[in-house]
Design a protein around this ligand. Sequence first.
Ligand code: PAF
Length: 279
Amino acid sequence: MHIVRTRTELRELVTRWHAGGDTIGVVPTMGSLHDGHLALVRALDGKATRRIVSVFVNPIQFNNAEDFSLYPRGLEADAALLEQTGRVDVLYAPGEGEMYPPGFSTRVLVQGLDKVLCGADRPGHFDGVATVVTKLLLQTGADIAAFGEKDYQQLGIIHRLVADLNLPVTILPVPTVRDADGLALSSRNRRLSPAARQQAAILPATLKTCLAAMKAGQTVAASLEQCRTTLRQAGFDVHYLELRHEDTLLPATQAGPGTRLFVAASLDGIRLIDNMPVT
Ligand code: PAF
């Protein structure tokens, strides 16, 4: 596995690969890799003949400087983990100046989907995500790129931008990977204290309870309110817990096919997100 730091070196490689008939699969990440990221790498088995994993903690998607500085980082450990998979050709780890040279002033806005849920909670976040993902897809010459369903809203925004900008890439959604107690894997989980980490399992458990209440005939509004209360009582600061339509992200008043629960809640100041479909 090569570690590539510059666009020029990456361009040379991907041009050669494409000329040789390779299909390039890409997994964009912000590092601090875990099994969820490795599932994205594995999801490209049989779909790509070359794999690139990018690691770049993207400053423009953080609307809070402290959150950016505290975001976990560790390129050496990431490289070792990727090497062990035996599946990755390139770890692309550009510096900030490589991605955003002086004078950089463009933003990709995916209007509508970017204003609700995490977009309302973190203004400007999805502009930063859409901009860096567009750049990464172009820089890597991706034919296929894998993204996790844990960031369901992000996935919808990426589908939209790829369609709207006619980017020649297939987006591969990959199901959320969870720990044994149900907590969705996330680099942010590393920042939880042992006590908070134990407490965090209440988040997915509450989503399940909420889905079960709706299935049992309780109204959507009552089920959501009950579960928000459960989370608050367990010490979470609930940013949102909502039932939305999966495609439009508009609020849903009936739990049925194509609707999904979305939650963002903080524990000890660490923001966790999750989502589960109504089945
Ligand atoms: O999901 C992430 O890790 C990031 O938002 C992404 C897609 C790598 C863009 O920085």
